[in-house]
Design a protein around this ligand. Structure first.
Ligand code: ATP
Ligand code: MG
Length: 419
């Protein structure tokens, strides 16, 4: 079995327009634009399908290609980065027929994924493609309202896609369960559909993750999705913040989260040394975090919530701007540690224990220990087991505390072996 048939979003991907749920108006608008275009009528050069994720934008173009027997030339907007690709695409876009004598349809997926700061050329190449192509060009985007896209927007017929309603999603999920031989409680399917926020792809993926290989699906089976989402959410927020190249993007990444800010502060704190490896990145990042923490402290004591936006800016934009090197993909590890610690003592009490030890030895308050000492200790415990073991002895730390400071059993072991 290949992976595409393992994934239900592929296995149950609609093959005709009739099977696509919701967005009927958008689809019929698109079809009449395309039919006119194929007949050579004077319509807009390109169509721009826009709206939230997972509602059938890309799917519409895929189904159109097979329905109208067109060769689908699909590319992601980021392909427009390299000249070579652009020329090849433009070349194919201006040939009349494919080898098989079929017409073509050109899909430029996710145009809003183009990074405008770095990629003005990419956008111009797309505009050129729209102007020169003799085949229908379709673009998709979640949010095409960035002013930079104005020139492109003006050339396009805009077609708006919306979230798909819960009832339609439930009945789609029910059909999948039927085909898979799963007896699903309606409440379980309703739960998944509700959570999806009208995103059909995520509903199908959620269903598969809880129902694959089961004969029966109950509400209890799906409840853990909520827990999993919270973890995924934290990962995404972290990745969003650490990869941002400007303050606005970093703040936006933070504001998308449903986790509470103190929890997120912990997450960022814990993962900063995984993401940042240069010393100036670490210093800049931790400085922003500790200043955020100070604001949180003031908010707690004074209840002055007008300070919140400063704290949030520091923990998002402040941290993001500390990055000196290109963003690289790293595996974040906090949930694992939380899990490990929860088997011994709670996270809070271990942290508390460490802070007390620092406070006592260094003659500072526990708050100062947390804000000014802890971040640097974590870096040392991560990177330098030799020094760390000396400090651990001096502070008289136990193994749970050392695991807390290093973030992993393996690294803690390197320190414990030296003690
Ligand atoms: N309206 C729908 N009806 C049936 N299946 C759908 C629908 N929308 C999405 N799907 C399923 O989800 C998959 C992904 O959808 P699609 O690629 O069209 O999303 P999209 O709207 O392009 O989202 P994005 O903005 O993330 O690119 C499809 O291949 C299909 O399996
Ligand atoms: Mg898409």
């Amino acid at each position: 079995m290949n992976t595409s048939s393992i994934l239900w979003v592929n296995k149950y991907k609609p093959k005709s327009f009739e099977e696509i749920i919701g967005n009927y108006k958008a689809i019929s608008e698109f079809r009449s634009w395309l039919e006119n275009k194929l007949k050579g009528k004077a319509v807009k050069h390109a169509a721009l399908l826009w709206g939230p994720p997972g509602v059938g934008k890309t799917l519409t173009v895929e189904v159109a290609a097979s329905t109208y027997n067109l060769e689908l030339i699909q590319m992601n907007a980021s392909d427009f980065r390299t000249r070579y690709r652009v020329e090849r695409i433009l070349g194919r876009a201006s040939e009349t027929y494919s080898l098989l004598g079929r017409g073509r349809i050109i899909l430029v997926d996710e145009v809003d994924g183009i990074n405008m700061a770095e990629d003005r050329g990419g956008l111009n190449a797309i505009i050129k493609l729209v102007d020169l192509s003799i085949h229908p060009v379709v673009l998709t985007a979640n949010d095409p309202w960035n002013p930079n896209f104005r020139e492109l927007r003006e050339r396009c017929k805009l077609i708006k896609y919306s979230r798909v309603n819960v009832r339609s999603i439930v009945s789609f999920l029910r059909k999948i369960c039927l085909a898979e031989g799963i007896a699903a409680d309606p409440s379980a399917l309703k739960f998944i559909a509700d959570r999806s926020g009208g995103d059909v792809r995520s509903a199908i993926n959620d269903l598969q993750s809880v129902a694959f290989g089961k004969r029966r699906l109950t509400l209890e089976d799906v409840n853990w999705i909520a827990f999993r989402d919270r973890q995924l959410d934290a990962f995404e927020v972290l990745r969003g913040i650490f990869s941002s190249s400007n303050c606005r993007a970093a703040k936006a990444a933070l504001s998308r989260s449903t986790l509470d800010y103190n929890m997120l502060l912990q997450w960022i704190h814990e993962n900063l040394p995984l993401q940042y490896t240069l010393i100036e990145e670490l210093i800049g990042g931790y400085e922003a975090l500790s200043r955020a923490d100070i604001y949180f402290g003031r908010i707690r004591s004074s209840q002055d919530w007008s300070l919140l936006s400063y704290a949030l800016d520091l923990m998002s934009a402040g941290v993001a701007m500390a990055r000196r090197r290109k963003f690289r993909f790293v595996k974040y590890n906090f949930p694992e540690r939380i899990r490990l610690l929860s088997q011994t003592r709670t996270f809070r009490s271990v942290k508390n224990h460490v802070l007390s030890a620092i406070a006592k030895k260094c003659h500072v308050s526990k708050r100062i220990a947390g804000v000014e000492y802890l971040p640097f200790l974590k870096v040392i415990f991560e990177l330098d087991p030799e020094t760390a073991s000396g400090i651990a002895k001096w502070l008289d730390l136990d193994s749970a505390s050392i695991i807390f400071l290093t973030g992993s059993y393996d690294k803690a072991e390197r320190i414990l072996l030296r003690m």
